[in-house]
Design a protein around this ligand. Structure first.
Ligand SMILES: NC(=O)c1ccc[n+]([C@@H]2O[C@H](COP(=O)([O-])OP(=O)(O)OC[C@H]3O[C@@H](n4cnc5c(N)ncnc54)[C@H](O)[C@@H]3O)[C@@H](O)[C@H]2O)c1
Length: 262
């Protein structure tokens, strides 16, 4: 792999969708900076990727995307590593700790979710845009959610944070179009990761049913009748970052098995 290879930063890289995204970009010959909150987890993923893809150029980074100093340090590390960044892929996100009405949702919880899911993408964009090439090859891809498309009672913090991402992407797309930098997002539906499984476990406990019963009940509401595997989202992220999406900017691509039609 040469230094002329395109480079990407993937946040939330050790999570279900992030890991699949990092693998996809490595497989396609990109230099990949993998960032997540735990250094030991990104180091372990870097080792896995180097073993699976000998010669891969992987930079593990400890990153809290809600923290300005942490993002600044990551931007400096990426500048030293590759000098520029072809694609910023903002995948990290957190779910609200529980589903409760606004009257019972602590302000601190609302702010925690927004800090990671919305302020984080803003801080990342602010500090990484200067590294993105303006020759038409650069782009930003963020991960929103179908819960940012439609309201889900009891999840005010999460829904509004993801609706904000969809808006942020449009604002950035307008600001950066003249520089040749495209900005898009993917809005996943139910995706079979730790995040989705924890949500099912919590709901099952609340209803006093088993995980399998809850999963079947939940998945039966999806028109395609199953949750997507993480690669369906990383495929969409890769597509939006690729030249095949050269005239797409400000878009949010729904990848959800039709769940918004249920
Ligand atoms: N799984 C789903 O059903 C689903 C549905 C819609 C949207 N999403 C979105 O997809 C994205 C990925 O979710 P996932 O399902 O892979 O979840 P996941 O929990 O497996 O992964 C999320 C990753 O983000 C990391 N992270 C959390 N806070 C961070 C921070 N402050 N800085 C950096 N990294 C941080 C976590 O450590 C974790 O590795 C999230 O933005 C999520 O909101 C997921």
């Amino acid at each position: 792999m040469t230094n002329a290879a395109p480079s990407v930063l993937v946040t939330g890289a050790t999570g279900g969708i992030g890991r699949e995204t990092a693998q996809r970009f490595v497989r396609e010959g990109h230099r990949v900076a993998i960032a997540d909150i735990r250094q030991d987890a990104v180091d372990a993923l870097a080792e896995e990727l180097r073993t699976e893809f000998p010669g891969a150029d992987v930079l593990p980074l400890e990153l809290d995307q809600s923290s300005v100093p942490s993002v600044e340090a990551a931007a400096e590390a990426v500048r030293g590593w590759s000098g520029q960044l072809t694609t910023l892929a903002v995948v990290a996100g957190v779910l609200q700790s529980e589903g409760v009405p606004v009257t019972r949702l602590p302000v601190e919880e609302f702010q925690r979710v927004h800090a990671v899911n919305l302020t984080g993408p803003f801080i990342l964009a602010k500090h990484f845009i200067p590294l993105i090439p303006t020759d038409g090859t650069g782009s930003i891809v963020m991960v929103a959610s179908y819960w940012g498309r439609e309201a889900h009672p009891l999840y005010a913090a999460y829904c509004t944070s993801k609706a904000g991402v969809i808006s942020l992407v449009q604002v950035l797309a307008g600001e950066l179009a003249e520089d040749g930098i495209r900005v898009n997002s993917v809005a996943p539906g139910n995706t079979n990761t730790q995040m989705h499984q924890k949500h099912l476990r919590d709901e099952a406990a609340e209803l006093g049913i088993t995980f399998e019963e809850m999963r079947d009940k939940h998945w039966s509401t999806i028109p395609m009748r199953y949750a997507g595997e993480p690669h369906v989202i990383s495929d969409a992220i890769f597509f939006l970052a690729s030249d095949q999406a050269s005239y797409i900017t400000g878009a949010t691509l729904d990848v959800n098995g039709g769940v918004v039609m249920s």
